[in-house]
Each structure stands twice: as structure tokens, then as C-alpha cells.
Design a protein around this ligand. Structure first.
Ligand code: 5AD
Ligand code: FES
Length: 347
């Protein structure tokens, strides 16, 4: 089969073998990429029209007990200026976000025992009490089943936990001993069984990654069917062991966004901040490849620079206090419109 025939097959059956995904990644031409993009955008338009959903991202803290080799807030990074937002500061961000029209709040942070179940449950309950029409999403790494359950019962609706890579071998090259691929996958299954809407995801172009591994990621998305899939280019951070590796590319990330859109047409796909960091119009180009979510930063401007997972992260300066209006304009410039509802997946 040619690449084009495989793309047609994917558009109809929403499934390929890992070998076929790999063939697609290895052999695609520029024409194939354009063709795939058209099908992906059409598939997304059928379901979501020209709507782009927004999530207000609140980076609650950058303490982390993990030591992932790629990440700027890893435990061993002594140059990282650490901070924690207190419950009142988190709800304050949500209040500001609500008045800006956000109806989903994503509380994201490193793995930090300071954020106990008790503390988080109180924050979640408070936000849900103030704003019952909003969804609360958590992105706080691996926790126990009991913890996931307690947070869900307190009112959390969604949980984002990127699987990072569907290859155990690659997982072990990106993480130190003590972090476990099996535990990560298990967390995703627990989250789903508890009733969360679940987000998975992976980095594109991370060190040692090959197309064979990306093919496994695609197969994983096809099998697990997460409600959301966050993908963005790997970008080196100067104070990590991966400082001297090259960043992932816009072209590869956009191609993968299109493939994932065809695998699971109704999936929520963010055009990530990392994509906006490697190219001035990266997020717009992500939307034009099939993405349908953007996640403007709602964190207090004073902490934004500190939540630096990779070098040169955008939206961290004084001028970016208003990511919401910036993205509104950016989406308009490519013919899309930001909508203000919870933006649940249409199944
Ligand atoms: N480049 C790109 N993405 C990164 N992440 C962490 N470090 C980097 C980096 N250097 C991503 C991981 C993590 C998410 C919060 O950010 O995939 O799950
Ligand atoms: Fe943050 Fe444009 S979206 S400054």
C-alpha cells in the first residue's frame, strides 16, 4: 500500500497496525502531509465546527519529587526557584479566570506531597461551590488509587497524565530508576475506572525516540482512546541531563496531530504551549492540523517564569498577563473561534 492509501484506510477504519503507522511516519512526502491535514481538519470540522475550547491553566507549584531527565523542574535542578500557591491563591486565579470566561480550570504541578488529598479536596470543593458550571481538571502526576478517588469524589472531573511514551524501553531512557512505566500505565487505567475523563499524551522528538516508538504511541492512543491527548515537541532545558539534545519539530508534531485526529475524530487535542514555543505561530498551525483546544496560562505572573519545564517557554513575561485575549486573536486569524463552555468531548 502507498502512504496515501494508508491515510485513506485510516480515515475510514480509524485503525492501522503499528507497522503501518511506522511506514506512514517513515515514508510520507510533503504531499501526503498536506492530504492528511485536509482529512484531519475535515474530520474535526464535522464534529466541532470551527470551535476551539479553552482551558485555564493554573500552575500551582513547581516542587517535584521526581527526576525525569527532560524536565526543568526535576528534583535535582538546584537552579530552579521553587514556589507553591496556597489554596486562597489558587481560588483567586480561578475567580479571575471565571470572569475572563473560562469554564475549565486545570490545576497543574509537580509531584509534591505538600498538596495532600485534604488540601486539594478543599480547593476542588471550593471552586465547584463557587462555579458549579465549571469543570476542574487535575494534572498532578502519579498518586494512589485512594487519592484519585478522594479527589474525584470532591468534584474533580478530569485528570491529565501523559503516558510520555508507550515504549517501556524508551520510558526507561527518559526516567531514572524508581519511576515505572507500568505504574504510569496503571494510573491511567485507575483514573478511567474511577470515572474521570482522562488525558494521556507524549513528547515528540524526545531523546532516543524513533518512529518505531511513535508508532507504539499511536497504537496506544487507538487502543486506550483517552478523552484528550496532549502532544508537544520535546524542548531541551539548560539545567537537565538532556540540555544538549535537539528539540522536536513543528512538522512532526503537526503530522502526529493530524494522524491522531483521524484515529479518534472526536478526541480533544490541544495545540500546546511547547508547540507555540518552537514556532511563533505554532499553536495556530497546530489548530490547522486538527487540534481543537488551547490552554492559556492563568497563573499569577509572578510565578510563571518559575514553572519552566523547558527553555524559552512562552507566556511567562509581564506582557502576557492576558493570554486569553492573545489566543482569541490568534484563533480568529486562522478562522476559528474560542468558545466558553466546559468543552466536554462529544462522543
Ligand atoms: N519539553 C517538552 N515537554 C516537556 N514536558 C516536560 N518537560 C518537557 C520538555 N523539556 C512535558 C511532559 C509532562 C508535561 C507536563 O510537560 O510531557 O508530562
Ligand atoms: Fe500567552 Fe499569547 S497566549 S501571550
Amino acid at each position: 500500500m502507498t502512504v496515501k492509501e494508508l491515510i485513506n484506510k485510516l480515515a475510514v477504519s480509524h485503525s492501522l497496525t503499528a507497522q503501518e503507522y511506522r511506514f506512514l511516519l517513515d515514508e510520507r512526502s510533503k504531499d501526503d502531509e498536506e492530504y492528511l491535514k485536509e482529512l484531519a481538519v475535515a474530520a474535526r470540522k464535522d464534529i466541532y465546527g470551527s470551535a476551539v475550547f479553552v482551558r485555564g491553566l493554573i500552575e500551582i507549584g513547581n516542587y517535584c519529587k521526581n527526576d525525569c531527565y527532560y524536565c526543568g523542574i526535576r528534583r535535582s535542578n538546584r537552579s530552579c526557584d521553587r514556589y507553591r500557591l496556597l489554596p486562597e491563591q489558587i481560588t483567586e486565579c480561578a475567580k479571575q479566570g471565571y470572569s475572563l470566561g473560562f469554564r475549565t480550570f486545570v490545576l497543574q504541578g509537580g509531584e509534591d506531597p505538600f498538596y495532600s488529598d485534604g488540601l486539594l479536596c478543599d480547593v476542588i470543593k471550593e471552586i465547584k461551590k463557587l462555579f458549579p458550571d465549571c469543570a476542574v481538571t487535575l494534572s498532578l502526576g502519579e498518586r494512589s488509587r485512594e487519592s484519585f478517588l478522594a479527589l474525584f469524589e470532591a468534584g474533580a472531573d478530569r485528570y491529565l497524565l501523559r503516558h510520555e511514551t508507550a515504549s517501556k524501553e524508551l520510558y526507561n531512557k527518559l526516567h531514572p530508576e524508581g519511576m515505572s512505566f507500568d505504574n504510569r500505565m496503571n494510573c491511567l487505567k485507575e483514573l478511567r475506572s474511577i470515572g474521570y475523563q482522562v488525558g494521556a499524551g507524549f513528547m515528540v522528538g524526545s531523546p532516543y525516540q524513533t518512529n518505531a516508538e511513535l508508532a507504539l504511541d499511536l497504537k496506544f492512543i487507538e487502543d486506550f482512546k483517552p478523552d484528550m491527548c496532549g502532544i508537544g515537541p520535546f524542548i531541551p532545558h539548560k539545567d537537565t541531563p538532556f540540555a544538549s539534545f535537539r528539540a522536536g519539530t513543528l512538522k512532526d508534531t503537526c503530522f502526529l496531530l493530524s494522524v491522531i485526529r483521524l484515529i479518534y475524530p472526536s478526541i480533544l487535542l490541544p495545540a500546546t504551549t511547547a508547540l507555540g514555543t518552537i514556532h511563533p505561530r505554532g499553536r495556530e498551525l497546530g489548530i490547522l492540523s486538527g487540534a481543537n483546544v488551547v490552554m492559556p496560562n492563568l497563573s499569577p505572573v509572578t510565578v510563571r517564569k518559575k514553572y519552566e519545564l523547558y527553555d524559552n517557554k512562552i507566556c511567562t513575561g509581564e506582557e502576557s498577563a492576558e493570554c486569553r485575549s492573545c489566543l482569541e486573536m490568534r484563533m480568529k486569524s486562522v478562522g476559528y473561534e474560542i468558545v466558553t463552555d466546559r468543552g466536554d468531548i462529544k462522543k
